[in-house]
Design a protein. Structure first.
Length: 375
């Protein structure tokens, strides 16, 4: 079970380098968590005794401004997180993971964040359950008056400053500032509620994602596949818009292409219906449509996979590649098409990605290509 010692180290570990914490702040947070988990009230001198012990072990330092984690304290944090993550304050562990993880991937994220508005998700401990519950606030503006100013991330240092402010999830617009055309073509595969009841739901989503990826390749589109960070996948592509501008509203054209692609995907899946029934008998049936592009009426697509094009609009946004999903703590991870069917969500844990980053770095390419002739 997580101890007061573990909780103090975690609290100090999520503070920005150079930040010092006073005893009153430490006691307030530790008392709250212990009271909820152990159903007992603790006194400040109990926390002070543990801190003195940590100092004697060389894990915590004290300056005139307050307490801070030592280098030795930093070294043992990964072991504590891996062994006791479920018993510790979830918002703190997610910030610790973000602090440890983002320096490794910030450079890979910048092409998807620069020169455009970005929403970030800032997390706090839950009020009813400070251990497992995470309260999230979406932040889109740096200020509202005299007029709203969008949040921007123009450097890796800016990204990290937001992480230290407990922002762990990064959701950019699909277009740049003052642009009337999208930079990315994005299809989000979202399984209906009836599908998700099946033990094979995730395997089914992977199957459809694989088929959609290969369909796009046949249409001479270069897709990037990305795990959503939750329970689905996205397909990204980048088109040469110069060939489409004479057709009118590019967002509308992109949406029409998405609907056309979904229709072609459905034809492709229906041609493999017997194979799919043999693999997914609880999900797939003769005479039943497998996918849809109808975003509205969620209850009517409970047994289908939505090929969602709804981010393809002005001010449409999407979670950036390599961003941590604030609900799951998993990474929205680019993967190779050849790895889709064997992909396990455990691969998307931030600490695992750090150790195998080169593999995923190769999958992040979104090269401009000629748009498919679908309109």
């Amino acid at each position: 079970m997580a101890t007061i010692l573990d909780r103090i180290l975690l609290l100090l570990s999520i503070k920005e380098e150079g930040k010092r914490i006073g005893i009153d702040h430490i006691f307030e947070k530790i008392h709250r968590d212990v009271l909820f988990v152990e159903k007992r009230s603790i006194k400040k001198d109990e926390v002070e005794r543990v801190i003195k012990d940590l100092i004697s072990q060389g894990l915590v330092n004290l300056s005139s401004e307050g307490y801070f984690l030592s280098e030795e304290g930093e070294k043992i944090m990964e072991k504590i997180i891996l062994e006791k993550e479920k018993e510790l304050n979830r918002s703190y562990t997610m910030v610790w993971l973000a602090k440890r993880y983002y320096p490794h991937v910030a450079r890979l994220m910048m092409p998807f964040l620069k020169d455009r508005a970005v929403s970030v998700v800032k997390i706090f401990s839950g009020k009813k359950d400070p251990i497992k519950e995470v309260n999230a606030i979406f932040v889109r503006y740096v200020k509202y008056k005299p007029k709203p100013v969008f949040l921007t991330i123009d450097s890796e240092n800016k990204l990290m400053s937001l992480v230290f402010d407990h922002c762990i999830d990064f959701i950019p617009y699909v277009h740049k500032f003052d642009s009337n055309e999208p930079d990315f073509f994005i299809l989000d595969l979202d399984a209906g509620t009836e599908i998700l009841k099946s033990k094979k739901a995730f395997d089914f989503i992977k199957y459809v994602t694989f088929e959609l990826s290969n369909l796009l390749i046949e249409l001479e589109v270069e897709p990037m596949v990305k795990f959503s960070g939750s329970r689905g996948f996205q397909i990204w592509a980048s088109f040469d818009n110069s060939e489409l501008r004479n057709k009118g509203d590019l967002f509308k054209i992109y949406r029409e292409m998405a609907i056309s692609i979904q229709n072609k995907l459905e034809e492709r899946l229906q041609s493999k219906i017997d194979e799919m029934i043999s693999i997914f008998p609880e999900i797939v049936h003769h005479g039943k449509q497998i996918t849809t592009s109808t975003v509205a009426h969620k209850e009517e697509r409970a047994s289908q996979i939505l090929i969602d094009w709804s981010s393809l609009k002005p001010m449409g946004d999407v979670r950036a590649p390599f961003s941590i999903h604030y609900k799951t703590g998993l990474v929205s991870l680019p993967i190779s098409i050849n790895d889709i069917k064997d992909f396990n969500v455990k691969e998307a844990h931030p600490l695992r990605i750090i150790k195998d980053l080169e593999k995923y770095e190769k999958a992040i390419k979104v090269n401009k290509c000629k748009p498919p002739n679908l309109i």
